[in-house]
Design a protein around this ligand. Structure first.
Ligand SMILES: [Zn+2]
Ligand SMILES: [Zn+2]
Length: 258
């Protein structure tokens, strides 16, 4: 297991903005196989349709990408912080693609976090399970022409899942979060974070409320979890790997994401 040898440099600070000054000269042996080190570079307000957040922008020494955290409430030094690890999906999150349910997962997570005293959503720039946007579109094209998920991934030379949570683990350490309640249906994410020394006090099922537009899609994904089939009967890459838990009783469902 890789742990920070320089935990002293990740001391807690009075305000979240102070993390920028604290991390100015931060340099550690890092997390994981690739010695990932992360620094807080900027913090700002980010009011959203889901609630009020601070946006925390991280630099890292690994992938040249700009990972962020949306932070609600005071998470500095806090225990049991409700936390969601969301992997970027431009087509779903921003464009509303129905080839996946990433946008629903994102919106529901932000609503849930905004309703808690404090919480964090890490928005991780690992598009298409880590293969990148261009390759994800190539995989979609291969699936359109009849290849199944496995063959499409193999044809592109990738493993099933290229994601890595070392950046997420360091980012949570940088925020001085002491323990998390992880919003996920995927026990593997719990194991991954714990491997990097993040204390996961509990797992909270990530339940997606269905609305009239996505009910059929979500029910299909929930019922066919593990080998997702889209409306045209084609298997496709599951970009967020959480099996779906969906509330279909509209009377019992919390407000939808939109
Ligand atoms: Zn570091
Ligand atoms: Zn997606």
């Amino acid at each position: 297991m890789s742990r920070l040898p320089c935990t002293a440099t990740l001391t807690t600070v009075p305000n979240i903005e102070d993390l920028v000054a604290r991390d100015k000269d931060h340099d550690c042996e890092g997390f994981g196989l690739h010695n990932v080190c992360v620094k807080v570079e900027a913090v700002a307000d980010l009011p959203t349709r889901f609630g009020r957040f601070r946006i925390v922008a991280f630099w890292n020494n690994r992938d040249g990408k700009e990972h962020i955290a949306l932070v609600h409430g005071d998470v500095l030094g806090a225990e049991d912080v409700v936390t969601r690890l969301h992997s970027e999906c431009l087509t779903g999150d921003a464009l509303g693609s129905l080839r996946c349910d990433c946008r629903d997962q994102l919106g529901v997570a932000l609503q849930r976090i905004a309703a808690e005293p404090c919480g964090v959503l890490l928005y991780l720039r690992q598009e298409g399970r880590g293969i990148g946007l261009l390759n994800k579109v190539k995989a979609y094209a291969l699936q359109d022409s009849g290849l199944d998920t496995v063959d499409a991934n193999l044809a592109l030379g990738f493993r099933d899942d290229e994601r890595d949570y070392a950046i997420a683990a360091h980012a949570l350490s940088s925020l001085t979060v002491k323990s998390v309640r992880l919003l996920t249906n995927n026990p593997k994410k719990v194991t991954e974070l714990e491997k990097y020394g993040i204390r996961v006090s509990t797992r909270i099922p990530h339940v997606i409320p269905a609305n009239e537009y996505n009910r059929f899609y979500l029910e299909t994904k929930a019922n066919r979890s593990g080998h997702f089939i889209d409306f045209e009967g084609k298997p496709h890459v599951a970009e967020q790997d959480d099996p779906v838990v969906v509330v279909t009783d509209s009377a019992a469902a919390p407000p939808s994401a939109e």
